[in-house]
Design a protein around this ligand. Sequence first.
Ligand code: AHR
Length: 560
Amino acid sequence: MSIRISPIMRGRREFLRKTSFGAAAFLAGRHFSFVGTSTTADSRIEVLLDEPLGVISPNIYGHFAENLGGVIYDGIWVGENSSVPQVDGIRKELIDHMRKVKASVVRFPGGCFADSYDWRDGVGPVDKRPRRTNFWEGVEPKDGAANHRYDPNQFGTNEFVHFCRLIGSQPYLAANLRSLPAQEFDRWVEYCNSPAGSTTLADLRASTGYPEPFGVRYWGVGNESWGCGGNFTAPEYAVEFRRFAAAVPRYGMELSLVASGPNDDNWDWTRGFLEEILRKGPGQMRSIYGLALHYYAWNLSRGRTHDWNEGKGDAVKFDAVDWYELLRQGEVMESLIEGHWQVMGEFDREHRIKLVVDEWGPWYRPGSEATAGDILEQTPTLRCAVFSGMTLDIFNRHPGKVGMANCAQLINCLNSLYLAHGDNFCVTPVGHVFEMYATHQGAQSVRTIFSSSEIHYDRDGKPATFSGLSGSASLNNKDLTLTVVNPHISEAREAEIVIRSANIRATVAAVLTNSDVHAHNSFAHPDAVVPATKNLALQAKNARFAFPPASVTSLVLSLE
Ligand code: AHR
C-alpha cells in the first residue's frame, strides 16, 4: 500500500497571500491522511540504501561566531550581572536552543576580526583585560553600542570554551596570521592545551578556573588571507602557512589545521596554494587538515553588476525572480565543492585534505536589522530557510569531501539561526532548519535520485529554469532521514518515495513553510515560521508525500 501524507497543493499560484496559512494548518487534521495510489505523483524520490556515500560529519552542522556587531556582545554574552537569564554570563535561551540543534563545532573569533585579535587580551582576570578597537569599528555607527566598537574582551578564550562545553560543541579557534608572529600561535595552543601545572600559561588558565587543558583540536591558520587576512598571493600565504604549521606544540593530541582557502570559484588560489606547499615536498601536505572555502550568495542583480554593494538585494522585500535568484546562487555551492575538490586532487591524489566551508550563507544589503545599529545583521525569511536546507543537503551529498561547514553566522549576523537583543530572543527559520536536519549528523549518507521536473519562470523577460525537488538521505541504524526542499514558489510537488529493500514502519514528518514566502520570525512574532510535525505509524513499502510550495521537509522513516 502507498500512502499520501498531505493534500496536493497544485494550483496554488498566489505568490503573496495576505492570510496567514502556515505549515501547522497545512499538516493539521484532515490534511494528514493516508490514501491509496489513485493520484499520480509528479515526482519520484528513490533512496538507494545499498549505495553509501560516506558518513556525514557532524561538523558539517557547524557554526561561526565572530566578534562583530551584536554576535558576541548582546548575542552570546550578556554578562554575569545581567538580568537576562544567563549561565555564567552566557545567554541561557541560546544555550537551550543550541543543544536542540546538536551544535557540533563553533568557529571563533573570526572572520576578519581574527587577524587583528591578540588572544592574550582575552585571558586572565576579567577586570584586568584591555579594551581594544574592534576590526569592524570603521563600519560601526557612531551612536551604536560601544562594546561593538571597542572590545571589552569580557568574552575571551575561557568564556568561549565554556560556551562550547555548555552546548556540547567543539571549539574551532582562528589564529591571527596577519598581525601576530607564529610564536603567538604556539603560545595560544600552549594556553589551551598544555597539561595542568606544566607551563606558565597552563597556570594562568588554572588561576582563572580551568586547570585541565581545553584540548582544542581545530585551528584556523589565518582567515581570508587573500583579503582582510593579509592581502597575500596564494604562494605567499603558503609560505606563511608552512611557517605557522612547522612546529605547533601537540601535547600528545592530534591538531587539525585549517588553511585559508579560496573565495567562491577562485581555483587559482587553491592551485597556487597547494603548488607552493608541495614545493617543499609531499610531506608538507600532512600538516593540512582542511582548506577553507568561503562562499556567500550576495549578487541578486540578475547579471547586471558585479559590484559588491550594488549587487545585493533586500533580505525581506523581494519578488519571485529574487527568490529564484538567491536559490540559483545557493546551488552554485555544489559546483564549488566539486571544482575545488578536483583541483585539490591534482596535488593530493589520496584526497587527505578536506574542504572546510567555514563561512556560507546569503548576504543582503543593510536595512532589515532586528536591532538598529547591529552591523551585518539581517532578517532571515522562509527564503533563507529553503536556501539553508538546500545547502545542507549539498553538504550531505558530499560527505567524503566536506569535513566541516560553518554557517555565517550564529546569531545577530547574516544567516543567523537566532536573533537576540537584551531580553528578546527568537529562533529564525534557519534555526528551525538546523533542528530539522540534526538527525543527519553522523549518519551514513546514501545515494538518492530525485526525479522532479524543472521549474520554469520568467527571468526579466527571458525564460529561466530551476531544479525541482532536491534533497539528501542518510541512514542511522534503521532510521532513514530524508530531507527535501521544494523551491517552487507557488506549486506543491507530490512525490512517490521508493526505498528499495526495506519497509517503512513509521514516519516523523516536519514541514517548514508559509503561504507568505517573506514570512520571518521577529521578537514580536517569534512563531510566524515554525515547523509543523506529525508522528505517523504505518506499514508500507513506498510512501507518497506532497511537498508544499516553498518548503523544507524532514521525514524520519523507521525502516524494517
Ligand atoms: O562573516 C563576515 C565576514 O565575511 C568575515 O569576517 C569574513 O571572513 C568574510 O569576508
